[in-house]
Write a protein that binds this ligand. Sequence first.
Ligand code: FRU
Length: 484
Amino acid sequence: KVYAEPYRLQFHFSPPEKWMNDPNGLVYNQGIYHLFYQYYPDDIVWGPMHWGHATSKDLVHWQHQPIALYPDEHGLIFSGSAVVDKKNTSGFGTNGEAPLVAIFTYHSMEGEKEGRDDFQTQGIAYSLDNGATWTKYEGNPVIGNNGIRDFRDPKVFWHEASQQWILTLVAGDHAKFYASNNLREWEHLSDFGKTQGAHGGVWECPDLFPLPVEGTEEQKWVLIISINPGAPNGGSGTQYFIGDFDGEKFTSNQQEPKWLDYGTDNYAGVTYNNTPDGKRIFIGWMSNWFYARNTPTEKWRSAMTVPRELSLEKIGDDYFLKNYPVEQVDGLATEILAEDLQVAPSTSETLKVDGLNQSQIQLKTSSRDYTVIFKNDLDETLELTMDSTNSAFIVNRMKSGKVDFHSEFGNKKHVMPISLLDKESHELKILLDWSSIEIFIDGGIYVMTEQLFPTKPYTTLVIKNGSADSEIHLESIKQMESVW
Ligand code: FRU
């Protein structure tokens, strides 16, 4: 078996070896989903950044590709995006072929060492062979820096209504929007966010896109902003704003942050450009800058979330962004390990299950008081609790396995407020891989993503139902196929 090292994830993307962080340049073109990523090919800790590269036809099976972008005289290659330049507005295309254009941040280590504030600029590169080889533009950088220390992570898309390219980047405590007709020359349009949302850390990795509001004719714009530190359960996290974009300005009357994921391990996530079916598909980096460098893997470090489809739901007068695994992930859930079990009110059930560490678990219940426990021979436990008294869902990984590699990993329970949860009944979908868990409540209205490092595989599942009147229906536990 390839990829058999301890903790190697079997149905999530991870690099063959060495360090990875953010997903970059998510774009679909001619049958291929591209996944570029922040990559340091010489060590399993962060170092001079390159863009690693992988491709997929279905978003779950990946082929590793050669490194796409190397550092050059302008600096390291930080996070960014990629577009298909269908009208060849950039002029990089030849023979009528639409070029792929990557837009990324240059980070000059020399500039930083000299104590300057202008060491991050934006550059572009193009590919005429669907991402296999790349040429940097000789006119780089295309957006210079006039003294903003954190100035990075450009995300570009084609704005149909104004017939131009729109670029969003972050500048410390706010987002900036730019426009271009040719991807080379950019005009600053507007800023957003200085006084809105969470500001416990630096804003990173923005993304701006429209989404239909489920069940209506309405469309809203979503601005995703990663923040580090300042997430609800500590360290790195991803907030979002719902509002409107008129081709120049993003506006939102939202003051308080909303969080895409309450777990500690979903960061720097952004969405695909140019998906064939118009779906809005998100991938995040499954780690946290608190302890990303310290997790107990040896050959490689960290993985991506499963690809998730985003949707918008209006509840009362407010809008919420949902994220839920794309249906191809369901396609990996094949062999049934257990199914159709009822946990009666005020009782508990214990199941011995081989293969739990690579499984999908689905349950449905109107109980508001229960705990799902994963356990191994060493009595290491991972506990998920629905707690009606505090109106919260809680992940406790404090005794889940190896936790002492960093003081911030196993120091507390992680809490997600669930005030919007349907009173009647709710569903839980859990994806457990060898060193991660992803929990989706009610189609992704509430989500938690966490890393964990059990010393031995979990073999026991306990469901404790604390409700005096509601059953818990364990619909199924299915084995997930390895994608490698
Ligand atoms: C987010 C981030 C980005 C930056 C990249 C550097 O995790 O800090 O802001 O471009 O990582 O690797």
